[in-house]
Design a binder for this molecule. Sequence first.
Ligand code: HEM
Length: 465
Amino acid sequence: MQPVNTPTTPDMTNVIETPGPKQHWPYQHTREIEHDPLGLLLRLEREYGEVVKYRVAFWNVFIINAPEGIKRVLVDNVNNYTKKNIDYQILKRILGEGLLTSEGAFWRRQRRMIQTIFTRQRIASYATQMLEEVEAMQTRWQPWIETGESFDLAEELMKTTLNIAGKTLFGLDLLGTAATVGHSFRYLNEYYGSIDLWMMLFGWLPTTRNRKARRYQKQLDQLVLEMIASRQKQLDKAHPPKEIEDLLTLLLCARDEETGELMSPQQVRDEVMTLVLAGHETTSNAMAWTLYELSRHPEVTERVQAELDEVLAGRSPTIEDLPKLTYCNMVLEESMRLHPPAWGISRQTEEDDVVLGHHIPANSVVIISPYATQRSYRYWEEPDTFKPERFMDATHHKYSYFPFGGGMRMCIGKHFAMTEMLLMLASLCQRLHFHCEAPDDIVEEPVITLRPLGGLPMSVTKRDR
Ligand code: HEM
């Protein structure tokens, strides 16, 4: 086995020249990156293929589109592809040294510990709470259902997934603070997600945008630190010591294997912030895109509803029903193929590497994009068509589809998210129809996650069965 943290040595013979657009002056391509990163990624994949070289200001950026190359980055030579790049440094400003942004021995220890909260058994035990939140959301929608008025579905889903993460992982009801938390995360998502070189360099200036970002950041920090302090008080009072029943207790009670020390409040804050952010934005956007696609494809909706009627016969879904909802599962997979919430994954090379014959020098930025590869004509038939059946016999290359990443840094919440989304899809589509009045006006906005720009206006009606 290869020792931990050692990149594999590449074979440098027969390297080929990497294609890509020529850059004539340093900032030539930055406008395109800022204004239409998704269009750019698709264009580069279609025009230049497997591996593309691109200059951004003074950085060498390599976009790896081919599944074999993606596997090299995520699995085969994973230790050479670090998170030292600028995107992760920006993300650290919100999340600190949490599971998503940390590396090395510290990350490994945290991952091992946090994994215990994400076992299949634990997730099965969250199902009832997940469903309760989805049903409470439908009760909130009652006035809109009666009047047929449209509302921002993306915002509603965001509140619900936030509250599910709060209740299941931290034993906290976040609905009361959902407006504050939701607004803060949304603004920070936009602020840090807009790939703006100016902001990167001058984030310290007291401009309105920078001040607003700092205010929201402070509000979130305060909220999380208060949650931690309140749980700490409960734990101090508990005799005998409280059983580890959620992630917050686990984080506060965990001791370092070597030093025996507890985590500092700052460390706990970083993990909580990471899991709240990663655990609600992605899932709510994936659900929003799924319901949007269903509203555009009545024939798919009919098959979803037929499966739900057959499996559930009108009762609420349970965790035991989920393996039987195979078509619903395919609908979710297809929706994340076209609209992957994590649309781009970036890394920085530690040492030189060779990927599919292309030389990738040390300190280059490397991008792998679920959005570009999952919409590629090279790896998918009719890639722009929404066709859930394509997942029936899954003949695609494993790394031509990677909405949850892959290898050792694969999303820790994958099973949690799939359970939550299947329950939500089943409960909603069993009872309701979703209508989007102007589907062609809905545009994807690639910030940290891929969300509908300006929200998702939809109306909902009761389904006749
Ligand atoms: C549809 C929903 C989701 C999608 C598409 C998604 C996607 C991803 C992707 C692509 C990565 C890898 C990032 C990289 O390699 O740089 C990742 C990592 C991560 N995700 Fe998710 N995620 C989802 C839901 C969740 C949920 C529900 C949670 C927690 C409750 C979560 C927590 C995390 C964490 C902590 C990491 C970092 C893992 C590590 O590096 O050890 N995610 N996610």
